[in-house]
Design a protein around this ligand. Structure first.
Ligand SMILES: NC(=O)c1ccc[n+]([C@@H]2O[C@H](COP(=O)([O-])OP(=O)(O)OC[C@H]3O[C@@H](n4cnc5c(N)ncnc54)[C@H](O)[C@@H]3O)[C@@H](O)[C@H]2O)c1
Length: 263
């Protein structure tokens, strides 16, 4: 039986996270070869263990904020004949990651330029460098597509009161980078159009990841569907964007947020 991603090779950044690891599993199930990349560490190790022995899975350590690594990993992948026709700019620094587990979260007034710049460098400059490498190595040589990952907090502001008393908050630089990444999408859509390359943005909603009952209730009230989503519900849309069925789409933002952005 034909599968949705038969014949596709997908290159994913930040693939060890909650959503990234779901995309990897689902894409392998749908017949893709998957080039997984992430920072070295426990998430990467868990992903590698989960797909150990799968001949359609490869993993490379790659920091998206390191220009030399991005160039080097693309070169290695291409040299091995795993030329990607789908690239997912999925890696991101979130407020929780930036501060490190256990540290209290700063107010906007106390946000450092260092933390702001680090978020810009990973979430936005990293995505730019991956897209640029795709342009250098792939675009124009064969049909391909890029999916940039934004957020429900890209074009909509965070609803700050739901974070009162929570151990995490929505971080200013995060939302700014997520708005910016859609700027990269629309810029590239026209730039690549004549070279058989498409680019779209997916904007995931609030993904459940062991959040407290109280947080689920607060955020659920802002969502038409009335609840947070499961990672597989975002993956359903991601698989479509990575598939040939999305071939006529370019420059679009796909909101998968239970109606959050439509009130
Ligand atoms: N989970 C959500 O509710 C949600 C909602 C909207 C958007 N998103 C977006 O979806 C994407 C995936 O999110 P997630 O929930 O899986 O987050 P996550 O924190 O579980 O995973 C993010 C991954 O990015 C990796 N990463 C961080 N810095 C990196 C770097 N410099 N180089 C390479 N990899 C790096 C991390 O190691 C991690 O594996 C992100 O872009 C995120 O902003 C998530």
């Amino acid at each position: 039986m034909t599968k949705q991603l038969d014949g596709r090779t997908v290159f994913i950044t930040g693939s060890g996270g909650v959503l990234g690891s779901t995309y990897v599993r689902r894409m392998l199930e749908q017949g893709a070869r998957v080039v997984s990349t992430d920072l070295p560490g426990a998430r990467a190790d868990a992903l590698k263990a989960a797909h150990d022995g799968n001949e359609n899975f490869r993993f490379y350590d790659m920091d998206v904020s390191d220009e030399a690594q991005v160039t080097e990993i693309f070169k290695r992948v291409m040299a091995d004949g795993w030329n990607p026709n789908v690239v997912l700019n999925n890696a991101a620094i979130t407020g929780e990651m930036l501060m490190g587990a256990g540290k209290s979260f700063p107010d906007f007034a106390d946000t450092s330029v260092e933390d702001w710049n680090k978020t810009m460098h990973v979430n936005l400059t990293g995505a730019f460098m991956v897209a640029r490498q795709m342009d250098r190595d792939i675009v124009g040589n064969y049909p391909c597509t890029l999916v940039n990952v934004a957020s429900m907090y890209a074009l909509n502001g965070a609803h700050h009161p739901i974070y009162d008393g929570m151990p995490f908050k929505n971080f200013s630089a995060y939302g700014v980078t997520k708005a910016g990444i859609h700027g990269l999408t629309v810029w590239l859509a026209g730039y690549w159009a004549k070279r058989q390359a498409t680019v779209n943005t997916i904007a995931p909603g609030a993904v459940f990841n062991n959040h407290s009952e109280e947080f689920q209730k607060r955020v659920g009230e802002l969502i038409m569907a009335g609840r947070m989503c499961e990672p597989d519900e975002i993956a359903d849309a991601m698989l479509f964007l990575a598939s040939p069925q999305a071939g006529y789409m370019t420059g679009q933002m796909v909101n998968v947020d239970g109606g959050f952005s439509a009130w």
